[in-house]
Design a protein around this ligand. Structure first.
Ligand SMILES: [Zn+2]
Length: 98
């Protein structure tokens, strides 16, 4: 069966090519749970927290998406008959063909 390769927005970064550093996601959760304010970050809370994670300094908040190699797109090969069904449903009508 023939297949068609289509590009779709990366599910990990939603096509933005970057994702939040996982330690930042944890830090923001910690920050919110404790009801901390921005001023607390300036007082070294963030530096101390990230030091506890082994960072000399807080890392970049956004890092290149590894799922799509920072292209924002992922390729999927789908069988031709399934592709035709999807076109008819218009689910993939905005996808780019290769
Ligand atoms: Zn991605």
């Amino acid at each position: 069966m023939m297949s068609v390769v289509i590009s779709q927005p990366c599910p990990a970064c939603k096509g933005f090519m970057v994702v939040e550093h996982p330690d930042w996601a944890d830090f923001i959760r910690y920050f919110k749970q404790r009801g901390l304010k921005i001023i607390d970050m300036e007082n070294g809370v963030a530096d101390a927290w990230f030091a506890g994670r082994g960072h000399l300094f807080p890392p970049a908040q956004k890092i290149p998406c590894t799922h799509c190699r920072a292209t924002g797109l992922v390729n999927d090969a789908i069988p031709l008959d399934r592709f035709i069904q999807l076109i008819n449903q218009q689910e993939y009508s905005s996808c780019r063909l290769h």
